[in-house]
Design a protein around this ligand. Structure first.
Ligand code: TRP
Ligand code: SF4
Length: 341
């Protein structure tokens, strides 16, 4: 028996940030040792939303290429190893588009209309006239996963509905055609740290909220952003008693300075710690921890041929698997092969 397959993707709508690093990439890096992994940069999915400003979308494609390359560099810098996993660009495997088309024939509209993320996207991005592609987002995601017969999908709670739809679609296909073509995909729930935005402990770090620190930012910019992090608003002076639970800096000490987090708490609560110093200490720790990733990223940036090579070999490995799946699917659907004519 081969290893179980893991598939996951990320939209190249903007920069990879610390939320993506600790919430997804760190986990992927661990998974690549134990599973057969397919990680893709979902450029087609990036076109489901309009974009605008910095964000890539169907109305703003100028930075698409750059974002895809940057994302690949971030992935490798964070530790994804092309010898252990296949990493590639979604649109380089055309079989996924074909599978999406075939799945669209058997995806009940009601499933898509009921999808909570669809409603959130329409409201969140203030989309006046949602497209066919946006409604079909989970069908495309199911094609991403099932083209490689993904057993597990390491994603957060917010993506659970999409993975459940993938599972339902796999079951529907298998039962319609009486064959176990697709596995019953499951979410791989792993404990991942919550990374708040720099503006509030109650909001997660995200591209769309603009409350992020990118992996690729310089140490100076990181320090500057830590300086602007939301802290306890009633703590004005060092000797004021603070409330670390609502403070973003405190939350980040938990991510980058775990051992000292309890003393940060007591010093803050007792009025023995000032926010300025607290932030300086944090940004020093963050920069220290991110330095090796950022150095690897600079090396990759200096050698663009390397990333191209990684993405091309990832796509050719993925294509072999997707081709086999599609041959099976076409046969099950009784579509006539070209050579019969
Ligand atoms: N919808 C996912 C997200 O926004 C991205 C994605 C696309 C994905 N295809 C996928 C995730 C396949 C897992 C598997 O994060
Ligand atoms: Fe937050 Fe540190 Fe200030 Fe306390 S001292 S409020 S933990 S920044």
């Amino acid at each position: 028996m081969g290893k179980a397959r893991v598939t996951s993707g990320m939209r190249p709508t903007g920069s990879v940030h610390l939320g993506n690093l600790h919430g997804a990439l760190d986990n992927w890096v661990r998974l690549q040792n134990d599973y057969e992994c397919y990680f893709f940069i979902v450029d087609w999915h990036a076109l489901t939303t309009p974009g605008g400003g910095e964000a890539v979308g169907y109305e703003n494609v100028s930075r698409m290429r750059e974002n895809v390359i940057d994302m690949a560099m971030d992935w490798v810098a964070a530790g994804l190893d092309p010898d252990k996993c296949s990493m590639f660009v979604q649109s380089h495997v055309k079989e996924v588009a074909e599978l999406h088309l075939l799945f669209s024939m058997i995806t009940p509209l009601g499933w898509l209309e009921r999808n909570p993320t669809y409603k959130e996207m329409v409201l969140g991005y203030k989309i006046e006239s949602p497209s066919y592609g946006l409604l079909g987002y989970p069908t495309l995601q199911a094609a991403d996963i099932l083209a490689y017969k993904g057993d597990f999908v390491p994603v957060g709670k917010d993506q659970e509905a999409h993975v459940n739809l993938t599972r339902d679609l796999a079951q529907r296909f298998n039962s319609l055609y009486g064959r176990d073509v697709f596995p019953i995909t499951k979410v791989l729930l792993t404990e991942v740290p919550k990374v708040p935005g720099i503006d509030s402990v109650d909001r997660k770090m995200s591209k769309s909220a603009g409350n992020y620190i990118a992996l690729a930012y310089s140490e100076e910019r990181t320090t500057e952003l830590v300086r602007t992090m939301f802290t306890d608003p009633v703590k004005m002076r060092k000797n004021d008693k603070g409330h670390p639970d609502g403070c973003v800096v405190y939350a980040f000490h938990g991510l980058y300075n775990k051992a000292e987090q309890p003393s940060v708490r007591s010093e803050c609560e007792d009025g023995r710690r000032g926010c300025v110093d607290c932030k300086k200490q944090l940004s020093a720790r963050m920069n220290e921890s991110l330095r090796p990733i950022r150095e690897r990223r600079m090396e990759l940036k200096a050698n663009p041929g390397r990333i191209k090579e990684i993405l091309m070999s990832g796509a050719s490995k993925a294509r072999v698997v997707a081709r086999t799946t599609l041959e099976e699917v076409r046969a099950v659907l009784n579509l006539p092969p070209e050579e019969i004519f």
